[in-house]
Write a protein that binds this ligand. Structure first.
Ligand SMILES: [Zn+2]
Length: 323
């Protein structure tokens, strides 16, 4: 099977998140091994993958072809520097790394901490869900049946999530208030005697990691400061703060002029008109979505609708195509 086909015939980024080596980094939902990364690069075609810098310049000059692909890595997670960077070096590929900055203040996005917790303290994801729902102690049958259509549409958009994954996300993001969810998770941590701060260094970049990656020639871009799940729900001022702080901190950590921070990806693919206005005012020149779909609800008219709405294809979808 070919990577490019009638549904995928436009320039885009490939989006990576998690990698496993079954030593430091355990296998989890959507994670891939070093070997799979190599296979993905070969399947996409090394000749089609261009460096981040090149992708940016060609975009600016309107010279990207339908087969130009760049590689992108979100969230500053350590498995990327431990496992993916050596592969990129072997292939001599320079990628984009999109980084939220609260992690450098020892206040990382807990999504990542939760993931570590699930993988290291439970036999399986279903084992975790069972424990979670038990602790929550609420009958969710009505909630789920009211959300039937939503579940179907999310499944259509993110085919690689199981129905149970989607249900859990709805409980987390819609049924519970953010604080309630966090408190519930903290309660689980206590019950399992898990102390998050002890593993930050194991799962996140630190300032040194980021500098090392930058010096290798990879491009560092924004991904908000605190990585809100739905930044589009935040007021203009709050969104502005998210990206302002993010830009300032990245340039401070890298000790570069903040004009060099001109790329970004939308955390969880979330944005609205305000977000785009803010990013333009911060002189961000290219921004990536987390899907390739044309989202009419966001006012998109076509794929790669604007400089801040460039499509990305999830590596999980590529793995499905390869198999
Ligand atoms: Zn992210």
């Amino acid at each position: 099977m070919n990577y490019f086909n009638s549904k995928l015939n436009f320039f885009h980024g490939v989006m990576f998140h998690h990698f496993h080596d079954d030593k430091l980094h355990l296998k989890g939902q959507g994670s891939i091994s070093k070997e799979t990364l190599v296979n993905i690069i070969n399947f996409v075609g090394r000749e089609n993958i261009i460096d981040a810098d090149d992708f940016y310049h060609r975009y600016k000059e309107n010279e990207l072809t339908n087969k130009n692909v760049c590689l992108t890595f979100d969230d500053g997670i350590k498995c990327q520097s431990d496992i993916a960077i050596p592969v990129l070096e072997d292939f001599k590929i320079k990628a984009f790394f999109f980084i939220y900055t609260s992690l450098f203040d020892n206040e990382p996005d807990y999504l990542e901490v939760y993931r570590y917790f699930r993988l290291n303290f439970f036999k399986s994801i279903d084992d975790f869900y069972k424990y979670f729902y038990n602790l929550l102690g609420v009958d969710l049958e009505n909630f789920f049946s009211n959300k039937k259509d939503l579940i179907t549409s999310i499944k259509y958009k993110y085919n690689y999530y199981s129905i149970e994954d989607i249900k859990f996300r709805l409980v987390r993001d819609l049924y519970l208030h953010k604080e309630d969810y966090k408190n519930l998770m903290l309660e689980m941590f206590e019950k399992k005697k898990f102390i998050p701060s002890e593993i930050f260094n194991k799962i996140f970049f630190n300032a040194q990691t980021l500098n090392d990656i930058y010096k290798l020639g990879h491009k560092i871009g924004m991904h908000s400061h605190t990585h809100p799940t739905l930044i589009e729900k935040l007021e203009f001022e709050e969104q502005l703060k998210e990206y302002n702080v993010n830009k300032k901190k990245l340039s401070e950590i890298l000790n570069i002029d903040n004009k060099e921070i001109k790329y970004m990806s939308h955390p969880c693919g979330s944005y609205n008109k305000n977000t785009l206005e803010i990013l333009n005012s911060l002189n961000i020149e290219i921004g990536f979505k987390n899907i390739i779909n044309v989202e009419k609800s966001k006012g998109m008219k076509k794929v790669n609708n604007s400089n801040l709405e460039i499509a990305r294809y999830d590596h999980a979808l590529i793995v499905n195509k390869m198999n």
